[in-house]
Design a protein around this ligand. Sequence first.
Ligand SMILES: C[S@@+](CC[C@H](N)C(=O)[O-])C[C@H]1O[C@@H](n2cnc3c(N)ncnc32)[C@H](O)[C@@H]1O
Length: 265
Amino acid sequence: MTGIDDPRAAYWNENYRKYWQERVAEADTGEQSQVQKGDAPTEGDWVYEKVFAKHPFKSGRLLDVGCAWGRMFPLYRHYGLRISGVDISEAMIEEAQSSHDKQEDIETLKVATAEALPFEDGYFDNLVCVAVFDATYQHLALAEFLRVLKPRGRLYLTGKNNLYAYDDELALAAEVGARSKGHPNYFTDLAAMRLALTKAGCRETATYGFARRGDFATFTHSTDLVAPFYEWFLVIEAPEKPCKSDFPPFSSEFSQTYRDLGAHK
Ligand SMILES: C[S@@+](CC[C@H](N)C(=O)[O-])C[C@H]1O[C@@H](n2cnc3c(N)ncnc32)[C@H](O)[C@@H]1O
Protein backbone atom coordinates (compact mmCIF):
# COMPACT_ATOMS: atom_id res chain seq x y z
CA MET A 1 0.00 0.00 0.00
CA THR A 2 1.18 3.54 -0.62
CA GLY A 3 0.86 6.28 1.93
CA ILE A 4 0.08 9.88 1.21
CA ASP A 5 2.29 12.86 0.74
CA ASP A 6 1.33 14.70 3.91
CA PRO A 7 3.97 15.77 6.44
CA ARG A 8 1.61 14.91 9.31
CA ALA A 9 1.40 11.22 8.40
CA ALA A 10 4.80 10.19 9.84
CA TYR A 11 3.72 10.97 13.40
CA TRP A 12 0.69 8.68 13.14
CA ASN A 13 2.66 5.92 11.42
CA GLU A 14 5.40 5.60 13.95
CA ASN A 15 4.70 4.74 17.59
CA TYR A 16 1.22 6.09 17.74
CA ARG A 17 -0.65 2.87 16.93
CA LYS A 18 0.92 0.98 19.85
CA TYR A 19 0.28 3.91 22.19
CA TRP A 20 -3.41 4.22 21.21
CA GLN A 21 -4.00 0.46 21.38
CA GLU A 22 -2.63 0.45 24.92
CA ARG A 23 -4.73 3.49 25.87
CA VAL A 24 -7.91 1.88 24.53
CA ALA A 25 -7.07 -1.43 26.26
CA GLU A 26 -6.79 0.24 29.66
CA ALA A 27 -9.90 2.41 29.12
CA ASP A 28 -12.11 0.68 31.66
CA THR A 29 -9.55 -0.87 33.95
CA GLY A 30 -8.85 1.74 36.60
CA GLU A 31 -8.63 5.26 37.87
CA GLN A 32 -5.45 6.38 36.23
CA SER A 33 -3.60 5.64 33.04
CA GLN A 34 -0.49 3.52 33.29
CA VAL A 35 0.40 4.28 29.68
CA GLN A 36 0.30 8.05 30.20
CA LYS A 37 1.27 8.02 33.87
CA GLY A 38 -1.07 10.01 36.08
CA ASP A 39 -3.46 10.95 33.25
CA ALA A 40 -7.19 10.18 33.23
CA PRO A 41 -8.15 7.11 31.20
CA THR A 42 -9.55 7.54 27.72
CA GLU A 43 -13.17 6.64 26.97
CA GLY A 44 -14.08 2.98 26.42
CA ASP A 45 -16.32 1.69 23.66
CA TRP A 46 -19.34 1.63 25.98
CA VAL A 47 -19.46 5.45 25.97
CA TYR A 48 -19.81 5.50 22.19
CA GLU A 49 -22.26 2.59 22.27
CA LYS A 50 -24.44 4.64 24.57
CA VAL A 51 -24.47 7.71 22.33
CA PHE A 52 -25.01 5.68 19.14
CA ALA A 53 -27.91 3.82 20.79
CA LYS A 54 -29.53 7.05 21.92
CA HIS A 55 -29.01 8.85 18.59
CA PRO A 56 -29.24 6.03 16.06
CA PHE A 57 -27.57 5.96 12.67
CA LYS A 58 -29.54 6.34 9.49
CA SER A 59 -29.59 3.12 7.53
CA GLY A 60 -27.17 2.84 4.62
CA ARG A 61 -23.51 3.87 4.51
CA LEU A 62 -21.17 5.06 7.24
CA LEU A 63 -17.73 6.66 6.92
CA ASP A 64 -15.36 6.57 9.91
CA VAL A 65 -12.78 9.34 9.55
CA GLY A 66 -9.60 8.54 11.49
CA CYS A 67 -10.80 4.96 11.88
CA ALA A 68 -7.38 3.65 13.05
CA TRP A 69 -7.53 -0.19 13.08
CA GLY A 70 -11.33 -0.18 12.96
CA ARG A 71 -11.94 -0.14 16.69
CA MET A 72 -15.54 1.04 16.15
CA PHE A 73 -16.45 -1.24 13.25
CA PRO A 74 -18.00 -3.95 15.46
CA LEU A 75 -20.31 -1.28 16.92
CA TYR A 76 -21.44 -0.20 13.42
CA ARG A 77 -21.86 -3.81 12.32
CA HIS A 78 -24.58 -4.16 14.92
CA TYR A 79 -26.63 -1.60 12.92
CA GLY A 80 -26.25 -3.36 9.58
CA LEU A 81 -24.40 -0.48 7.90
CA ARG A 82 -22.09 -0.48 4.86
CA ILE A 83 -18.80 0.61 6.45
CA SER A 84 -15.93 2.68 5.03
CA GLY A 85 -12.93 4.02 6.89
CA VAL A 86 -10.11 6.43 6.15
CA ASP A 87 -7.05 7.30 8.18
CA ILE A 88 -3.99 9.46 7.52
CA SER A 89 -1.82 6.58 8.73
CA GLU A 90 -0.87 3.79 6.38
CA ALA A 91 0.07 1.60 9.36
CA MET A 92 -3.43 2.00 10.82
CA ILE A 93 -5.20 1.27 7.52
CA GLU A 94 -3.03 -1.82 6.97
CA GLU A 95 -4.15 -3.14 10.31
CA ALA A 96 -7.81 -2.25 9.60
CA GLN A 97 -7.57 -4.10 6.30
CA SER A 98 -6.02 -7.21 7.79
CA SER A 99 -8.68 -7.38 10.53
CA HIS A 100 -11.78 -6.34 8.60
CA ASP A 101 -11.30 -6.47 4.83
CA LYS A 102 -12.91 -9.90 4.52
CA GLN A 103 -16.14 -8.79 6.18
CA GLU A 104 -18.97 -8.35 3.71
CA ASP A 105 -20.09 -5.02 5.13
CA ILE A 106 -16.75 -3.28 4.48
CA GLU A 107 -16.91 -1.08 1.41
CA THR A 108 -13.66 0.96 1.36
CA LEU A 109 -10.62 1.26 3.64
CA LYS A 110 -8.21 3.92 2.43
CA VAL A 111 -5.33 6.11 3.45
CA ALA A 112 -6.72 9.65 3.22
CA THR A 113 -7.04 12.79 5.28
CA ALA A 114 -10.11 14.30 6.84
CA GLU A 115 -9.47 17.46 4.82
CA ALA A 116 -9.53 15.71 1.41
CA LEU A 117 -11.94 12.79 1.44
CA PRO A 118 -11.75 10.61 -1.69
CA PHE A 119 -15.51 10.23 -2.10
CA GLU A 120 -18.14 11.86 -4.25
CA ASP A 121 -20.57 14.44 -2.91
CA GLY A 122 -23.50 13.12 -0.90
CA TYR A 123 -22.26 9.52 -0.69
CA PHE A 124 -22.70 8.71 3.00
CA ASP A 125 -25.71 8.53 5.29
CA ASN A 126 -23.52 8.79 8.42
CA LEU A 127 -20.06 10.07 9.25
CA VAL A 128 -18.24 9.41 12.52
CA CYS A 129 -15.13 11.35 13.51
CA VAL A 130 -14.27 10.64 17.14
CA ALA A 131 -11.01 11.36 18.98
CA VAL A 132 -9.63 12.75 15.69
CA PHE A 133 -11.09 16.21 14.94
CA ASP A 134 -8.67 17.90 17.36
CA ALA A 135 -5.81 16.67 15.15
CA THR A 136 -7.26 18.10 11.92
CA TYR A 137 -7.47 21.45 10.19
CA GLN A 138 -10.97 21.66 11.52
CA HIS A 139 -12.72 24.16 9.22
CA LEU A 140 -11.48 22.24 6.16
CA ALA A 141 -12.42 18.86 7.63
CA LEU A 142 -15.90 20.00 8.61
CA ALA A 143 -16.61 21.27 5.09
CA GLU A 144 -15.49 17.90 3.70
CA PHE A 145 -17.69 15.98 6.15
CA LEU A 146 -20.76 17.93 5.04
CA ARG A 147 -19.84 17.59 1.37
CA VAL A 148 -19.71 13.76 1.49
CA LEU A 149 -22.86 13.45 3.61
CA LYS A 150 -26.27 13.09 2.01
CA PRO A 151 -28.85 15.75 2.80
CA ARG A 152 -29.99 15.13 6.40
CA GLY A 153 -27.11 12.68 6.92
CA ARG A 154 -25.78 12.30 10.46
CA LEU A 155 -22.43 13.53 11.72
CA TYR A 156 -21.03 12.28 15.05
CA LEU A 157 -18.19 14.55 16.10
CA THR A 158 -16.01 15.00 19.20
CA GLY A 159 -13.36 17.56 20.05
CA LYS A 160 -11.70 19.73 22.67
CA ASN A 161 -13.02 23.11 23.69
CA ASN A 162 -10.73 26.13 23.63
CA LEU A 163 -11.69 27.27 27.13
CA TYR A 164 -11.39 24.64 29.84
CA ALA A 165 -11.24 25.23 33.59
CA TYR A 166 -8.10 27.00 34.81
CA ASP A 167 -7.69 24.41 37.57
CA ASP A 168 -8.07 21.38 35.26
CA GLU A 169 -4.47 20.27 35.74
CA LEU A 170 -4.86 17.05 33.75
CA ALA A 171 -6.16 18.99 30.75
CA LEU A 172 -3.33 21.49 30.96
CA ALA A 173 -0.73 18.72 31.36
CA ALA A 174 -2.21 16.95 28.32
CA GLU A 175 -2.00 20.13 26.24
CA VAL A 176 1.60 20.77 27.26
CA GLY A 177 2.52 17.09 26.80
CA ALA A 178 0.94 16.91 23.32
CA ARG A 179 2.88 19.96 22.22
CA SER A 180 6.17 18.56 23.51
CA LYS A 181 5.57 15.31 21.57
CA GLY A 182 4.64 17.18 18.38
CA HIS A 183 1.14 15.69 18.58
CA PRO A 184 -1.19 17.75 16.34
CA ASN A 185 -3.68 19.32 18.74
CA TYR A 186 -6.29 21.98 17.96
CA PHE A 187 -8.89 23.48 20.27
CA THR A 188 -12.30 24.41 18.94
CA ASP A 189 -14.02 27.74 19.38
CA LEU A 190 -17.26 25.85 19.71
CA ALA A 191 -19.50 28.92 19.62
CA ALA A 192 -17.96 29.90 16.27
CA MET A 193 -18.27 26.36 14.90
CA ARG A 194 -21.89 26.01 15.98
CA LEU A 195 -22.75 29.37 14.42
CA ALA A 196 -21.11 28.28 11.15
CA LEU A 197 -23.09 25.03 11.23
CA THR A 198 -26.35 26.86 11.83
CA LYS A 199 -25.63 29.26 8.97
CA ALA A 200 -24.93 26.27 6.71
CA GLY A 201 -28.39 24.88 7.53
CA CYS A 202 -27.31 22.07 9.88
CA ARG A 203 -29.32 21.04 12.91
CA GLU A 204 -27.72 19.93 16.17
CA THR A 205 -29.61 16.88 17.38
CA ALA A 206 -27.50 16.00 20.44
CA THR A 207 -25.13 18.00 22.60
CA TYR A 208 -22.80 16.67 25.27
CA GLY A 209 -20.23 18.67 27.18
CA PHE A 210 -17.61 17.09 29.45
CA ALA A 211 -16.44 19.58 32.04
CA ARG A 212 -13.02 18.19 32.91
CA ARG A 213 -10.42 15.84 31.45
CA GLY A 214 -11.56 12.34 32.38
CA ASP A 215 -15.31 13.12 32.37
CA PHE A 216 -15.78 11.71 28.87
CA ALA A 217 -14.45 8.34 30.08
CA THR A 218 -17.09 8.17 32.81
CA PHE A 219 -19.73 9.83 30.62
CA THR A 220 -20.19 12.57 33.19
CA HIS A 221 -21.77 15.19 30.99
CA SER A 222 -24.02 18.20 30.71
CA THR A 223 -26.03 19.38 27.74
CA ASP A 224 -25.71 23.14 28.01
CA LEU A 225 -22.11 23.72 26.90
CA VAL A 226 -21.46 26.72 29.10
CA ALA A 227 -17.69 27.36 29.14
CA PRO A 228 -15.42 26.42 30.70
CA PHE A 229 -15.56 22.76 29.69
CA TYR A 230 -12.98 20.44 28.16
CA GLU A 231 -14.51 18.07 25.64
CA TRP A 232 -17.65 17.98 23.54
CA PHE A 233 -19.61 15.45 21.52
CA LEU A 234 -22.19 16.67 19.00
CA VAL A 235 -24.57 14.83 16.73
CA ILE A 236 -25.38 17.04 13.74
CA GLU A 237 -27.87 16.63 10.95
CA ALA A 238 -26.62 17.81 7.56
CA PRO A 239 -28.70 20.41 5.70
CA GLU A 240 -31.74 19.46 3.65
CA LYS A 241 -29.94 20.35 0.43
CA PRO A 242 -26.45 19.21 -0.68
CA CYS A 243 -23.89 21.19 1.29
CA LYS A 244 -20.78 22.79 -0.16
CA SER A 245 -19.84 25.31 2.50
CA ASP A 246 -16.54 27.01 3.14
CA PHE A 247 -16.00 27.76 6.79
CA PRO A 248 -13.71 30.37 8.35
CA PRO A 249 -11.12 28.91 10.75
CA PHE A 250 -12.56 28.24 14.21
CA SER A 251 -9.76 26.38 15.99
CA SER A 252 -6.34 27.18 17.36
CA GLU A 253 -3.17 25.38 18.40
CA PHE A 254 -3.17 26.94 21.87
CA SER A 255 -6.27 26.81 24.04
CA GLN A 256 -7.60 30.05 25.50
CA THR A 257 -6.94 28.54 28.94
CA TYR A 258 -3.27 27.97 28.15
CA ARG A 259 -2.91 31.52 26.86
CA ASP A 260 -4.77 33.06 29.81
CA LEU A 261 -2.56 31.18 32.25
CA GLY A 262 0.45 32.73 30.60
CA ALA A 263 1.82 29.33 29.64
CA HIS A 264 2.26 30.62 26.09
CA LYS A 265 5.63 32.32 26.42
C1 LIG B 1 -6.72 9.05 18.85
S1 LIG B 1 -6.81 8.06 17.40
C2 LIG B 1 -8.56 7.72 17.33
C3 LIG B 1 -8.87 6.52 16.47
C4 LIG B 1 -10.34 6.08 16.48
N1 LIG B 1 -11.22 7.09 15.93
C5 LIG B 1 -10.76 5.72 17.88
O1 LIG B 1 -11.58 6.42 18.48
O2 LIG B 1 -10.23 4.73 18.38
C6 LIG B 1 -6.61 9.31 16.12
C7 LIG B 1 -6.60 8.72 14.71
O3 LIG B 1 -6.79 9.77 13.76
C8 LIG B 1 -5.90 9.61 12.67
N2 LIG B 1 -5.70 10.96 12.10
C9 LIG B 1 -5.02 11.99 12.63
N3 LIG B 1 -5.09 13.07 11.85
C10 LIG B 1 -5.87 12.74 10.79
C11 LIG B 1 -6.31 13.44 9.62
N4 LIG B 1 -5.98 14.73 9.40
N5 LIG B 1 -7.08 12.77 8.73
C12 LIG B 1 -7.41 11.46 8.94
N6 LIG B 1 -7.00 10.74 10.02
C13 LIG B 1 -6.26 11.37 10.94
C14 LIG B 1 -4.67 8.98 13.32
O4 LIG B 1 -3.84 8.29 12.42
C15 LIG B 1 -5.31 8.04 14.34
O5 LIG B 1 -5.57 6.77 13.79
